[in-house]
Design a protein around this ligand. Sequence first.
Ligand code: T4K
Length: 396
Amino acid sequence: MTPFNFARFGARPLFDKPLPVGQLYFPSWERYEAASRGIFERQYYNNNGPLHSEFESRLQEFLKVKHAICVANATLGLMMVADAMQLKGKVILPAFTFIASAQALSWAGLEPVFCDIDLNSHQMDISKIETLIDDDVCAIMGVNLWGGACDPKALGEIATARGLRLFFDSAHAFGVKIDDTSIGNFGEAEVFSFHATKVLSATEGGCICTNDDQLAARLRSIRPSYGGDAPVNVLRVANARMSEAQAAVGLMNLEDFPAHQKNNAALFSLYQSELEGIPGLHVCQPSGVSFSNFQYAPSVIDEAAFGLSRDNLVALLQSENVISRRYFYPGIHRGIPYAQEFPQYVDALPNTDAVCASCMQLPIGALVEKEGVRQICDFLRRAHEHAPAIQKMLGV
Ligand code: T4K
């Protein structure tokens, strides 16, 4: 018998294969094969193909939004939105997000202004926005994290009152609702990610949503969409087209979204009930929404109460083939190039730093089974119970 039965000390890992934080909801082979056959028969793979058009229409219906503009991935979508909105100057956003949020601004020639976050929800702390606004700030980029939302209505009020433009990185928020309104309908535009790890996956991909006809026309011309609507004048064009193969998987996963959401919701609630009562370990509930996709299972470790640091726990979990991740670490304000270019933010975001140092993601999604969640939770309980001895063995 190895100490505590942990793989790190020689036991067999909990899982035979790596279990990542998020995994692709693959449609069945038969459905994929049938869709691929159609693509091969039509010999048309890109640029406003029939599956692509159908995917956009279905997304518009599903989200009750006027324009859903599919793109190759959300990073390109965010870059396009910043460019199409013809923004100049500075944009307020949180530093607790994936690097793509800030990089999209950099590509569009915009300067980030990093806002701290709320310790409990991990969303941007909108009470801090007023103090960040100066004459050069032109817009706010809200980021809707973890299947929750950053209070888009309140952000809309601030933006209107202060004459700022508003758009959202909603990479994590497909299918999420506030009352009866789907995320996708707030601000001037919102961008979803359809990466493999997202609840609605097109293998890779994304979608820009807007209710503004003129902005939509500019976005379609930037993407571009030859053969579609008549192009309008734009300064730059990109190639951000989504392929027929991506759209095919997106369509199948859109059909299956209710089942995938239910699966995620059940796993999330199991994590919550199984981990309840373990000191120093808290699963962060998606905040500010009436309906979540439960796409992530962010968990915060209080080292003093749990007995082990977040980083030690992530390493122990990885030995068990549970590929937990430190999302997001470090905060964007501490990484390249932002720490060098904008040093004023490095020590100015205490809540962001605290969450970056304590948050880890647990696996949730297609490959995770309820029994797997129970095993991970049992492992975490044992890690807490034996924390002093584990620390000794790790030499920390
Ligand atoms: N804004 C925010 C707030 C975001 O979180 C993101 C992306 C974006 C914007 C930009 O969206 P995209 O341009 O990506 O559409 C991941 C994802 O690449 C990224 O989409 C995601 N957020 C970010 C938080 O995490 P990695 O480096 O962890 O991804 P990767 O490729 O290692 O995948 C993670 C795990 O998922 C793998 O270990 C295994 C599993 N996986 C992955 C792929 C690609 C599968 O099971 N099947 C697969 O096909 O960045």
